[in-house]
Design a protein around this ligand. Structure first.
Ligand code: MN
Length: 199
């Protein structure tokens, strides 16, 4: 297991996102759900052709293969969750850095329009999934994906993501997904991380 996948540390304390996301939610979401994807993937790839691949290589090699769905789902969920934690910051929200803001205005007209499109994607994703800001060629796009799916496999470059699986918000917001999404967009979203991902 020398090449075992590991659960990366959270980039903040487990109570740092209070009151938008509680320590209780984080303890389950990170400590149980994210960890389980890591443990499951390590079991699923042990002794297979995927055992020595990086996480991104596993995702690319198994995307769209019905016979490898278990491996894909666990690998992509590890990647998506690590990306989600980095898409949040205790003092997030506010204004994006200048270069990103300019790109947002060129693609959506305004920051508010971009946030609105993200909120709409996040609240209309039917069932479990993710709402992404992604770079598609030279243009920013909002995309939603179901279950474990990730825009990486569609040739897009993710900039930030909001988890809209019920486990992301149900302890704090019950069925009020829109309240969770709007609070994340206003108070936690890490525009600096998104700008770094422009590359
Ligand atoms: Mn999740």
């Amino acid at each position: 297991m020398s090449n075992a996948h590991v659960l990366p540390p959270l980039p903040f304390a487990d109570n740092a996102l209070n009151p938008v996301i509680s320590a209780n939610t984080l303890s389950f979401h990170y400590g149980k759900h994210h960890k389980a994807y890591v443990d499951n993937l390590n079991k699923l790839v042990a002794g297979t052709e995927f055992a020595d691949l990086s996480l991104e290589q596993v995702i690319t090699a198994t995307a769209g293969r019905a016979d490898k769905a278990g491996i894909f789902n666990n690998a992509a969920q590890i990647w998506n969750h690590t990306f989600y934690w980095n898409s949040l910051a205790p003092k997030g929200g506010g204004e994006p850095p200048a270069a990103l803001k300019q790109k947002i205005e060129a693609s959506f007209g305004s920051l508010d329009a971009c946030k609105q499109e993200l909120a709409t994607a996040a609240t209309t994703q039917f069932g479990s999934g993710w709402a992404w800001l992604a770079l598609d060629g030279d243009k920013l796009k909002v995309v939603k994906t179901a279950n474990a799916n990730v825009p990486l496999t569609e040739g897009m470059k993710p900039l930030l993501v909001i988890d809209v699986w019920e486990h992301a918000y149900y302890l704090d917001y019950q069925n009020r997904r829109a309240d969770y999404v709007n609070a994340v967009l206003d108070k936690l979203v890490n525009w600096g991380f998104a700008e770094n991902n422009l590359g």
